[in-house]
Design a protein around this ligand. Structure first.
Ligand code: AMP
Length: 119
């Protein structure tokens, strides 16, 4: 799947539409999910044009992959979730229910999160 530069997260990254930003560094941009599924629900996107986890992991330069992983760790800490705990999730493709074709991680926290999957 080719990257669509008109996807909503690309527009957020370019500053073309607003978001509630919570964290930014050289490699990482994070903002509150518009439809939160937990008391804390933040989306983290790497600063690059990658559709999905497979695309990002295969094609992104190592410094971006490392920088993004570190950025998400700093984000969790900044949100105060390190001690109480949190969950990171990414959806890939149709079975994963990915709706926005720019790689993103969901970061959930702020309560006991329960089972991994709801049937
Ligand atoms: P996914 O289903 O993994 O692709 O997740 C996409 C997420 O993006 C959903 O949780 C949406 O609520 C969220 N979302 C969609 N549009 C926006 C937006 N403009 N600002 C913040 N979150 C959004």
């Amino acid at each position: 799947m080719a990257y669509d530069r008109n996807n909503i997260f690309a527009k957020i990254l370019r500053g073309e539409i607003p978001c509630k930003k919570v964290y930014e560094d050289e490699f990482t941009f994070a903002f509150h999910d518009i439809n939160p599924q937990a008391p804390t629900h933040v989306l983290a996107v790497p600063k690059g044009e990658y559709v999905s986890w497979v695309d990002f992991s295969a094609s992104a330069p190592p410094e971006l992959i490392v920088g993004f992983v570190r950025g998400v760790g700093k984000l969790a800490k900044q949100l105060g979730l390190e001690d109480a705990g949190f969950r990171i999730l990414t959806n890939h493709g149709a079975d994963g229910e990915q709706t926005v074709p720019h790689i993103h991680l969901h970061l959930f926290g702020g309560k006991r999160l329960g089972a991994m999957l709801v049937k």
